[in-house]
Design a protein around this ligand. Structure first.
Ligand SMILES: Cc1cc2nc3c(=O)[nH]c(=O)nc-3n(C[C@H](O)[C@H](O)[C@H](O)COP(=O)(O)O)c2cc1C
Ligand SMILES: CCCCC(=O)C(=O)O
Length: 355
């Protein structure tokens, strides 16, 4: 990967050239008519930034500390499945790039490299573990213990998936399984040592999961729990009652329920409902440093990117992810400077106008 790729969309084009078309569609696509996929990005385009001048702000500071984890930039790696479809090194490459960028990688439960191997491949990386609560709580506990032992510093519990999203592109392409030689390594029974039948457990997305399961998790682990996939302010308030350590506003990049509003449009109501009690993270449609600035001005403590990381990985492996993260870091610093601000802490809603 030697070409100059000045924007995330250039990485997407490079990734598309390299990927099997069915795999590109899996990464890029979403549920139903993909209205929410498009809405996430379009909503940022409808927000304008109104900078201040002559503030003498100096060099911008963009580091954040979240639940005790320090990150040099307010852009985290969102949990995404199946990285080995994009690069043979898979999640190991992503983790090394995240470590070099000094940001947090949220390792998917559906990773194609076991969480212990991801941690071993990237010493010094700050990893959080994403979990789909499984109805078999003994099995869920085995996963939590593995994440703890591997050194993950938080548990990101995805709650927008009581069933898997219906993704027409995957149906058309007949993409319903990983190719031979690739598996969800966190679900391998020999890794779990849980005595389960068969070589790999399927990931169950179950409509029986409820707030009771969040309570069980809370009792099961001392790791901070981040609830991912909250979009309704009433759920944000309930989450606080159930003792979560952070909220993560997400519509799963438009891959679950189609027609859910854009996440950046949902953010202000959730931030108001939370009232500063816990940090609020968000993802969905972030493709520019200015998008990061807008989300943080509207109250996000930090944001995460899903597809941009995949595009970097497919375009250039570890180096490609490093370049995507570096590009976002540079764009955030540049936009903050042009806004006349010294720190992301100084971002406030008055900077954003709806146009
Ligand atoms: C290919 C792909 C796989 C994903 N896998 C997971 C996953 O395993 N667990 C999860 O909680 N979210 C998963 N997500 C959702 C992301 O964490 C994130 O919410 C979404 O990608 C954000 O939108 P963006 O891609 O526009 O940045 C996945 C998203 C994509 C694109
Ligand atoms: C069982 C893997 C789930 C991955 C996922 O969450 C997604 O494709 O959006």
């Amino acid at each position: 990967m030697t070409a100059v790729l000045p924007a995330i969309r250039d990485f997407e084009a490079a990734a598309r050239d390299r990927l099997d078309p069915a795999h590109y569609d899996y990464f890029a696509g979403g549920a139903g008519d993909e209205l929410t996929v498009r809405a996430n990005e379009a909503a940022f385009a409808r927000l304008a930034l109104l900078p201040r001048v002559l503030r003498g702000a100096g060099s911008p500071r963009i580091g954040v500390t979240l639940l005790g984890s320090r990150a040099a930039m307010p852009v985290l790696v969102a949990p995404t499945a199946f990285h080995r479809l994009a690069d043979p090194e898979g999640e190991k490459a992503t983790a090394r790039a995240a470590a070099a960028a000094e940001t947090i990688m949220i390792v998917s439960m559906a990773a194609t490299v076991a969480v212990e191997d991801v941690a071993a491949a990237a010493p010094g990386a700050t990893l959080w573990f994403q979990l789909y609560v499984q109805p078999d709580m003994a099995f869920t506990e085995a996963l939590v213990r593995r994440a703890e032992k591997a050194g993950c510093a938080a548990l990101v519990v995805t709650v927008d998936s009581p069933a898997r999203g219906r993704r027409d592109r995957d149906v058309r392409n007949g993409f319903d399984d990983l190719p031979a030689g690739m598996r969800c390594e966190n679900l391998r029974c020999e890794n779990l040592c849980d005595g389960g039948a068969g070589p790999v457990r399927p990931i169950v997305m179950s409509p029986v999961i409820s707030w009771e399961h969040v309570d069980m998790l809370r009792r099961m682990t001392r790791l901070p729990i981040v609830l991912k996939g909250v979009t309704h302010p009433a759920d944000a308030r309930l989450a606080l009652d159930h003792g979560v350590s952070a909220l993560y506003v997400s519509n799963h990049g438009g891959r679950q329920l189609d027609t859910v509003p854009a996440t950046v449009d949902l953010l202000p109501e959730i931030v108001a409902a939370v009232g500063g009690a816990v940090p609020v993270l968000m993802d969905g449609g972030i493709r520019r440093g200015t998008d990061v600035i807008k989300a943080m001005a509207l109250g996000a403590s930090a944001v995460a990117v899903g597809r941009p990381v995949i595009w970097g990985l497919a375009a250039g492996g570890e180096c490609g992810v490093a370049r995507v993260l570096g590009l976002l870091r540079d764009e955030v610093e540049h936009a903050l400077t042009l806004c006349g601000l010294a720190s992301t802490q100084d971002l406030e809603p008055g900077l954003v106008r709806r146009c």
